[in-house]
Design a protein around this ligand. Structure first.
Ligand SMILES: C[S@@+](CC[C@H](N)C(=O)[O-])C[C@H]1O[C@@H](n2cnc3c(N)ncnc32)[C@H](O)[C@@H]1O
Length: 311
């Protein structure tokens, strides 16, 4: 019994349940209302390989060779991050692409809408991230708009990162190109889109790149942002691959609190890192994040044969 609270732990509940009669995992789950994967963990019976297992409401876990490699929280990051910090979880890199609101976002340039957070809520996110990072050199990559109409509002979000005690190490730009890889991508009004700024922060203001040299400037074709394959504000896979290799080593844990299309979590898994992804939209989790991570775990080899794709 947990002496401080006198509330039995899940482990104690499971042990009491099987003390007199042996039971199946399902029977224990029915009796205790504890999720089956958690029971398997308590009893030291490994998680199922390669399938997402629900371990709590909206929380899924994926394992590879007995290791938990991906956690997905269908949840509000503002509420979830402090809970993760309380659990003592430690993170090796954070990718922050926040759902900020600026006049351009409010103005309706985007084909689909998603929930946004206020600068104050972003302040809570940063407070929790401060507790979650492994050390003062843990990199936090932050992507933000430089659209002139939103600079004032954007600065209120960026200020929260400084308030949490982080310093800028380096910065660059993500320039969105059309499919011809030459012309700048345009908004629905036909105007060229201003590049976004990509900033690397650490608490110490210092950082040594891990697998490849530093580069925070990218000119890349903008991924589809609508339709079956597209997600609003989806970032290019090449950019994520590069910053994950700069920021982490294999086995390290990436945190993406606003995972959207799941491109960062999927790249992390493909590059043999681990990931905690949080996303409020159930639709994004089910339609984009989970399938992308699974695909990254077991890439289907595709081969071009005379113009057809053979799987
Ligand atoms: C800028 S998009 C991230 C795009 C993502 N980086 C990508 O490349 O696809 C922000 C995401 O945050 C999600 N979101 C909004 N409010 C949230 C919250 N409170 N907690 C977690 N996710 C939230 C939105 O649904 C949206 O998918």
């Amino acid at each position: 019994m947990n002496s401080q609270t006198l509330v039995p732990t899940q482990k104690e509940i499971v042990q009491q349940t099987i003390e007199k009669t042996p039971k199946s995992i399902k029977e224990i789950a029915d009796e205790t209302k504890i999720f089956e994967p958690n029971i398997r963990r308590i009893l030291g019976i490994g998680a199922k390989e390669g399938v997402f297992e629900r371990i709590d409401k909206g929380v899924y876990i994926l394992s590879r060779k007995g290791d938990d490699i991906a956690y997905i929280h269908t949840a509000d990051a503002v509420e979830t991050l402090p809970k993760l910090a309380e659990q003592g979880i430690k993170i090796d890199m954070v990718f922050l692409d926040p759902p900020y609101t600026t006049p351009a976002v409010k103005g309706g340039n985007r084909p689909q809408r998603y929930d946004v957070i206020s600068p104050e809520e972003f302040g809570k996110v940063m407070g929790a991230i401060s507790r979650l990072i492994k050390n003062d050199d843990t990199p936090v990559y932050y992507i933000a708009s430089k659209a002139p109409s939103g600079l004032k509002e954007m600065a209120r979000y960026t200020q929260q990162i400084f308030n949490a005690g982080f310093k800028i190490v380096a910065q660059g730009e993500y320039t969105k190109l059309q499919k011809d890889k030459i012309n700048l991508a345009t908004n629905p009004q036909g105007k060229s889109i201003t590049p976004e700024v990509l900033i690397l922060f650490t608490k110490s203001g210092e950082f040594i790149e891990k697998e490849i040299p530093r580069n925070l400037t990218f000119r890349l074709v903008r991924p589809a942002i609508a339709g079956k394959e597209g997600y609003p504000t989806q970032k290019p896979a090449e950019m994520l691959e590069s910053i994950i290799k700069q920021g982490t080593l294999p086995g390290n844990m990436l945190l993406d609190p606003f995972a959207g299309s799941g491109i960062a979590p999927a790249k992390a898994i493909e590059l043999k890192r681990r990931v905690i992804a949080i996303e409020k939209s159930l639709d994004a989790v089910e339609r984009f994040i989970k399938p992308r991570i699974k695909e990254a775990l077991n890439p289907i080899k595709t081969q071009m044969v005379f113009g057809f794709t053979s799987v």
